[in-house]
Write a protein that binds this ligand. Sequence first.
Ligand SMILES: [Zn+2]
Length: 295
Amino acid sequence: MTTPSLNDVVEAAHELWPVSLAQDWDASGLVSGHPDAPVDRVLFAVDAVQGTAREAIDAECQLLITHHPLLMRGASFLPSSNDKGRVLHTLIEGGCGLLASHTNADSMLGGVSDALIEACGVESARPLGDPEGETGIGRVGDLPHETTLGDLARRLASVLVPTAGGLRVAGPKDGTVRRVAVCGGAGDSLFDEVRHAGADVYVTADLRHHPASEARERALIDGGAPYLIDCSHFASEELWLAHGARMLQENLAGKGFEVEILLSSVNTDPWDFVIVPEDVPVSASTDPEGSGYAR
Ligand SMILES: [Zn+2]
């Protein structure tokens, strides 16, 4: 077994998550680093922020692989005094490269939404946007046994990394669920696909008021489903880190390369605490089958 170069690791990552599968607006790929530099330790994280950059340097990693691109919307100025520049300077000065595997890792089999739907208990899933294909955004599949919305939410809460906001659920706690649709990260553009797939529940993150409210209003006309489970964007994607690390390690080992791959333990969910209105009377839900949560 030999030590790979940074370029060897990037090539392996791009075999697993081809950049050709990334969306046009995305910025997946190698952000910084010397292609010829040897890499014997890699850190996997969801976000390229100062906390994970420091974590990579402190653990003596030569490559940080993140799901979210640091420079998604481009940048003209990267002095160490601005937020993005500080992260990049930390990495470059610490001798650590940066690679982003974003919508290409969402799309590929074994990707971000596969990890999320597996955590829901679904054993076999297909892409939500392209049911015939093998790649694409989101996943849908059936649970081996029917369960309730409340139990599925509790199961997810027990496997997702804990975050301040927890989970928000729309629908009756005892509502029956069997077909589960998921999209790791912000998935409010996929409601048509979720309905088309006949999902009983949609698990995603960052659901805003209007898309969520409109989806529930429409679901009530259609009989109540799909219910919604809204989790932390970070937590919904953090599940993938272990999958991604294992796939990369196996790919490299198959080529005779030895690399240690670490998973970030920095929680990059931006929220720190929530106030739950325990003592405030909660108005009845407008949903006749609703859970009674305040709207
Ligand atoms: Zn994301």
